[in-house]
Write a protein of this length. Structure first.
Length: 317
């Protein structure tokens, strides 16, 4: 039974308001829980420190911020034996993790109410790339660096449109092919692609890209995009309007599979560094010998709304 809770918030996240914190306190105290602490994240990496401080004395640990806040929370849980159940209220720009948690991307108050009214504990996979924890997406190549290239002030003013504005010059540029070799499940293949995404997620960039993804199955999804032709863009746009995209179906343009281990070796260093959860990776490809090694990682205890379920077959670490 959850008795105590703490809150960590990022005040510079795009849609943050102090009234959200007040609503969280009101709703969970009304459920009989005791507030332990409320802490403000003051700099990059601070959420990691705060999670480690508050976890031992909190049955429920709630963060409020963007997807980058979730990344820091997951990184913190890799460094400790997780005691608390983790919950996140999204107040960022794309809010992909709200979608993964079955919550609202746009309405933080609604998300709080969904968790307060029948929230239940579940497990969620994570993975690592070159030892760095990732909560939901790692990407490289064409358009992949846009999240970490977007100016934070522009995000605050334009919201999701800031990504669109920043994407224009990248989309107008040449689609450079990346030559690489990848290994998984005893298979080794050569590939030329313009970009790739490794995900434990329903989607990325505010768009659902898979159907029926199980985020507690002990695997992640890998998608290598070989080209972005006008035909593919048209098909994806039509499916996007129907909210019915599944990149795995476009076999003419993509290579997609599920696995718990993936090793990628680049023929030469790509132009842009790897994006992990919307942030530039802490390592460089040059220093990593142009190699990426993905492994399924730690399972994180999370709080989900009543309507959201997770597979139980891989519940234990």
């Amino acid at each position: 039974m959850l008795k105590t809770f703490s809150i960590i918030y990022n005040p510079i996240s795009t849609k943050f308001k102090m009234s959200i914190i007040e609503h969280i306190i009101c709703r969970f105290v009304s459920k009989g829980m005791t507030l332990h602490k409320v802490e403000k994240s003051r700099y990059s990496g601070h959420v990691i420190e705060l999670i480690k401080q508050l976890d031992p004395d909190s049955d429920l640990l709630i963060t409020v911020g963007g997807d980058g806040t979730v990344n820091e929370a997951f990184r913190a849980f890799y460094e400790i034996e997780q005691h608390s159940v983790y919950a996140h209220i999204s107040t960022g720009t794309t809010n992909d993790m709200a979608n993964n948690f079955g919550l609202s991307r746009k309405d933080a108050i609604k998300s709080v109410d969904l968790l307060a009214d029948g929230g239940h504990e579940a497990m969620m996979d994570s993975f690592t790339v070159n030892g760095e924890p990732v909560s939901y997406v790692s990407a490289f190549g064409f358009v992949a660096p846009i999240p970490y290239l977007v100016n934070n002030k522009l995000k605050k003013v334009l919201g999701h449109a800031a990504y669109v504005v920043s994407a224009v010059p990248v989309l107008a540029s040449k689609q450079n092919k990346i030559k690489l070799t990848y290994e998984h499940d005893g298979v080794e293949e050569e590939c030329e692609c313009i970009m790739a995404c490794i995900l434990n997620s329903k989607g990325t960039g505010g768009v659902n890209v898979f159907k029926d993804v199980d985020m507690n199955d002990g695997k992640f999804e890998a998608v290598f995009v070989k080209s972005l032709s006008p035909k593919l863009i048209k098909e994806i746009f039509i499916q996007y309007l129907k909210d019915d995209i599944d990149l795995r179906q476009y076999k003419e343009f993509t290579v997609a599979f599920s696995t718990d281990y993936l090793k990628i070796k680049f023929e030469s260093t790509p132009k842009y560094e790897v994006d992990n959860d919307g942030n530039k990776a802490s390592f460089t490809l040059k220093d990593s010998n142009n190699t990426l090694e993905y492994k399924i990682g730690k399972k994180i205890k999370i709080l989900l709304p009543a309507h959201e379920t997770r597979s139980e077959s891989n519940k234990q670490n």
